[in-house]
Every structure is written in C-alpha cells, then in structure tokens.
Design a protein around this ligand. Structure first.
Ligand code: ZN
Length: 123
C-alpha cells in the first residue's frame, strides 16, 4: 500500500559523505556517529572525554583540548538539526500520503458525512 520508503532517511552511507571532524570519526570503522558520553574538566583548556561508537562499540577516554570539544559539540548540534530536518520531511511525507489516500477515498465516494462525525467523537 505504501510507496514511501522510510529507509532513505536511515541510510548510514549518507553519513559518510558529510564533513565530520576527526574527533567525531571512529578510528576503527570510520563511522561519523561517534558521541561523547562523559565530560570531565581537567583544567581550563583540557577536558577528559569518553567517546563511544554506536556502530562498532569502539570506545576511548582521553584528554582533549577545548577546541576539539567545541568541534564535538558543534557536530552534535549539526547532527541534531539534521535529525530534526529528516523528522520534518518524514512527517510531511506521511501527511502527504495520508492526504492522497483521503482524496482518493472522497473521489471514490467511500466517505460519508457520518464517517467524519463518528471519527471526531472518538478522540
Ligand atoms: Zn566504529
């Protein structure tokens, strides 16, 4: 029934095409999905960061300078924006598909006034 392909939004290969800072790239599997799980301040310019790769389970704990930490933070913000944007596209695609089904049902005279009145009382 559905022609919409959700896997297009979950394609891990699309991540590789992005410019990922070295601190966010996995040295084991080259995934760009590395995330920092723990931060501990060492001094004003150094933070001890624990990073993990969700794809191959690589993990590392090391002291990174503040600029590397800012790049990790910026990459996280960029990734969150991308997820939000993908979610918006997905929501729109689902809405468009539902609207198309509704239009087809109306054109085929499959929806009577009672159907709309009944469904509005359901919620
Ligand atoms: Zn990895």
């Amino acid at each position: 029934m559905s022609e919409f392909n959700q896997s297009a939004f979950l394609d891990p290969n699309s991540v590789d095409k992005l410019e990922v800072p070295p601190e966010c790239s996995c040295p084991s599997c080259q995934s760009g999905l590395i995330r920092a799980t723990e931060w501990e301040e060492v001094d004003a310019n150094t933070i001890n960061v624990t990073r993990v790769c969700p794809e191959c389970d690589w993990s590392n704990q090391q002291d990174l300078d503040i600029n590397a930490c800012l790049r990790i933070d910026a990459e996280r913000d960029r990734a969150l924006d991308e997820i939000e944007s993908d979610a918006d596209e997905l929501a729109y695609a689902i809405f468009a598909e539902e609207a198309e089904i509704m239009i087809k049902a109306l054109q085929a005279d499959l929806i009577a006034p009672e159907d709309i009145i009944r469904s509005s009382h359901r919620s």
